[in-house]
Design a protein around this ligand. Structure first.
Ligand SMILES: Nc1ncnc2c1ncn2[C@@H]1O[C@H](COP(=O)(O)OP(=O)(O)OP(=O)(O)O)[C@@H](O)[C@H]1O
Ligand SMILES: [Mg+2]
Length: 252
């Protein structure tokens, strides 16, 4: 059952976090905003929030079923998640299966599209002003973001999520190129996977056509109606039905 909504706790670029009458639960509201390049590019696509909320719900349900510790409790259609309230760790834990994006820009000797021999893990500091710099384990401990033990735990969980999701997407004719997780601690200090898992948090290619079905189409400057078409296709493949909403795009 959906708990009663109280105050707005915080509003990010793509989601609002609402306090509830249960101090251990918050509600995430998925907005229609889409952003890239640390917020420098921004638009609103009607239906995007509902699409992303539904995709994220399916994926989190699957992770919970597979025994992965996550914040997800319940999907309240069309755009709300009831989740465990976490003290978020300002890190993006990235896992890569295929080289693209940042990795090939930083290390151009690795060709774009190369299948990596093993999943490559990276930490990025979540800080828009610093453009989310790549950092290592030592920096994470030095900045007191997490302990050595928590770092090992985050790595272990991320690799497990990768295994579970690679199979999940393969069964749907999709390739999991890479993804990022955000972790937080519950009131007992337990690490849980938080935030969202959808086309804003991962790269997904169609296994047969190579078509991009994630936020990269927006980063690459495709028209907003085409971005919506790709997000709807991702929805169809994950949810198993057409997204019922309308297709109106509003540039801002
Ligand atoms: N279970 C949770 N408990 C508390 N806060 C959460 C939880 N899950 C996610 N959050 C936080 O909700 C906030 C709002 O999300 P949103 O993604 O819009 O913000 P953002 O990270 O500032 O922007 P962006 O992701 O676009 O860079 C983020 O700070 C995120 O870390
Ligand atoms: Mg975010």
């Amino acid at each position: 059952m959906r708990p009663k909504v109280l105050q707005l706790i915080t509003e990010g670029k793509t989601k609002k976090v609402w306090e509830t009458e249960n101090p251990d639960l918050v509600i995430l509201e998925f907005k229609d905003d889409i952003t890239a390049f640390d917020g420098a590019k921004h638009d609103v696509i009607s239906g995007k929030g509902a699409i992303n909320a539904a995709i994220s719900a399916k994926i989190f349900e699957h992770l919970n079923k597979n025994g992965i510790p996550t914040h997800f409790v319940e999907f309240v259609a069309p755009r709300y998640h009831v989740v465990r309230r976490l003290e978020m760790i300002p890190l993006e834990v990235v896992c890569r299966n295929i080289a693209t994006g940042h990795l090939v820009k930083r290390l151009p000797m690795i060709k774009d599209g190369t299948r990596l021999e093993f999943p490559v893990l990276e930490f990025y500091l979540k800080d828009d002003k610093l453009h989310d710099p790549l950092i290592n384990d030592h920096h994470v401990v030095l900045l007191k973001l997490a302990s050595w033990k928590e770092i090992e735990e985050m790595k272990k969980i991320t690799l497990r999520v990768n295994e579970v999701l690679r199979t999940f997407f393969e069964e749907r004719g999709l390739i999991l190129v890479d993804f990022k997780l955000e972790f937080g601690r519950d009131r007992n200090g337990k690490l849980l996977v938080g935030d969202e898992l959808n086309g804003d948090a991962m790269r997904i290619w169609d296994m047969y056509t190579g078509k991009i079905l994630d936020k990269d189409v927006y980063r690459k400057g495709y028209p907003l109606d085409e971005v919506l078409v790709r997000y709807r296709e991702f929805y169809r493949r994950v949810v198993g039905a057409d997204f019922p909403g309308e297709e109106v795009c509003l540039a801002t």
